[in-house]
Design a protein. Structure first.
Ligand code: JFZ
Length: 463
């Protein structure tokens, strides 16, 4: 064991109500919105095929020219209630909003910066309006905060001189002030999603990352903080030099997921974030961004894989410069939402199905229970079928302690006939292709009790 002062603070995963609620939510909406949504990937006629929120850097825009965009932040199509309804209909249970991204522009009227919504034509507290709108729809709210800041003169990428150290210490005071300001203004914030922490300057300040996490948790008891904030005494990130997770959940999965069979990841909480387009988080108005745009079925497959491995999925939306949602994003949200309305029981309040091996044709999820019953006690496991075998046959390998009593499709409650190959292996006709994953509720009982009485399955919405 390497002795550490600023390493991991908890040996076990959190089990308090706030953390349990976050875990059970499973599906969140990420919102990247800021000045970068106005040029939307094109600067002075030149489209840059890179993430829109990086345009200031990728198009070599000066601070002054970038700051001038604030005059065009006019909110002409801004309707946060519509964003929130879209997220709720989609089945998201929380939202993470970019309070400040790398360009330093603040969506709230921060007392510590002159580069905020207060300097835009409306002068409104845009962030506060967004958070209120989501809470009105019943979603929990988290704040994204970039420590990296291209606008602030004291930001440093590395500490190479005494002057750098003095400037960067001032910068960290500024960031602390802003974060405590956010906690004071928006005390209903459930979590903080830190980003822009990968540079040498931050890695050399593991102490600050530790202290700000503790301070935020003092101000907002139960606040949830992602691992991306953290560095330890030696600059190790996410996991400390002894391999223990820092922060409350791992936030390293970005535009990728753990392998479907890799159950090792479910020993801690984690959240993956995903883009709808190829690689832009902010709105990118271009043919380039449309290449590789994900379909509803792809999103649902990612969600199923994530839940089966004990993670959350944070799905990104990038509203347009005027504050309206692009129709292609609302259409996607509604298609995912239509699937969730029928099959949400396999996602919400669910997690890995203990003892069930990855079947290849999809994913198993099981209800999260505070007092998890013994693995052999039976109950419902959801089979989310994402890859229909060409044989047309679905094979289910049951954990040896369980027997199958019935299989029902969530979409219509219809019971599917199945055949026992041996005590633990079952075959059934694969569901018909519909373009979206089919969810089957597998009703299990302890092995030896499979002929017992049948009860109605409360997960099945009978139509
Ligand atoms: C960061 C930001 O730079 C980006 O604009 C967006 O906000 C995203 C959610 O986070 O981008 C990253 C951060 C980490 C990795 C890749 C891109 N990573 O660990 O691979």
């Amino acid at each position: 064991m390497i002795p550490l002062t600023y390493g991991a603070t908890a040996a076990e995963r959190r089990q308090d109500p706030t953390m349990q609620a976050f875990r059970a939510d499973r599906f969140g909406q990420f919102v990247h919105w800021g000045l970068y949504a106005i040029p939307a990937g094109t600067w002075r006629g030149r489209t840059i095929e890179f993430a829109a929120e990086f345009l200031m850097q990728s198009a070599h825009v000066s601070r002054e020219d970038w700051a001038a965009l604030a005059a065009d932040f006019t909110l002409d199509g801004f309707d946060p209630a519509e964003w929130a309804r879209t997220a709720r209909r989609m089945g998201a249970r929380y939202v993470t909003v970019t309070a400040k991204h790398h360009d330093g522009f603040c969506l709230w009227p921060s007392a510590y910066s002159d580069f905020t919504v207060a300097a835009t034509p409306s002068g409104r507290d845009v962030l506060g309006e967004i958070l209120d709108a989501y809470r009105a729809e019943g979603l929990a709210t988290h704040l994204y905060y970039s420590v990296l800041d291209w606008h602030h003169p004291d930001w440093r990428y590395a500490i190479e001189s005494d002057d750098d150290r003095i400037a960067f210490d001032r910068y960290l005071d500024f960031a602390t002030n802003q974060l405590l300001e956010l906690a004071a203004r928006y005390p209903q914030t459930r979590g903080f999603w830190f980003d822009g922490t990968w540079d040498e300057s931050v890695k050399a300040n593991g102490r600050w990352t530790h202290e700000i996490e503790q301070l935020l948790k003092e101000r907002i008891p139960g606040a949830i903080v992602n691992s991306r904030l953290r560095a330890d005494d030696r600059g190790a990130r996410h996991f400390d030099s002894n391999g223990a997770l820092m922060g409350d959940y791992e936030s390293g999965y970005e535009r990728r997921l753990p392998a479907p069979w890799d159950r090792s990841v479910s020993v801690h909480d984690w959240e993956a974030c995903a883009t709808l387009t190829q690689a832009s988080w902010g709105f990118h108005d271009s043919a380039w961004a449309e290449r590789g745009r994900k379909t509803p079925a792809q999103i649902v497959e990612q969600l199923a894989q994530t839940v089966s491995l004990g993670g959350n999925l944070l799905l990104n939306f990038g509203p347009r410069g005027d504050g309206s949602l692009a129709p292609v994003e609302t259409t996607l949200a509604d298609a995912v939402g239509a699937w969730m309305a029928v099959n949400g029981a396999a996602v919400h309040d669910s997690g890995p199905a203990t003892g069930w091996d990855y079947p290849g044709w999809g994913f198993y999820t099981a209800p999260l229970q505070a007092d998890a019953p013994a693995a052999g006690s039976g109950g419902v496991v959801h089979a989310i079928v994402t890859r229909i075998p060409v044989s047309g046959i679905l094979t289910i390998a049951l954990p040896p302690v369980l027997a199958l009593r019935a299989v029902r499709a969530l979409v219509d409650g219809a019971e599917a006939p199945f055949t026992l190959l041996d005590a633990h292996t079952v075959q059934l006709p694969a569901p018909a292709a519909t373009g979206m994953p089919t969810v089957l509720a597998l009703e299990t009982v302890p092995a030896g009790q499979e002929s017992g009485p049948r009860e109605p399955n409360p997960d099945v919405a009978l139509v």
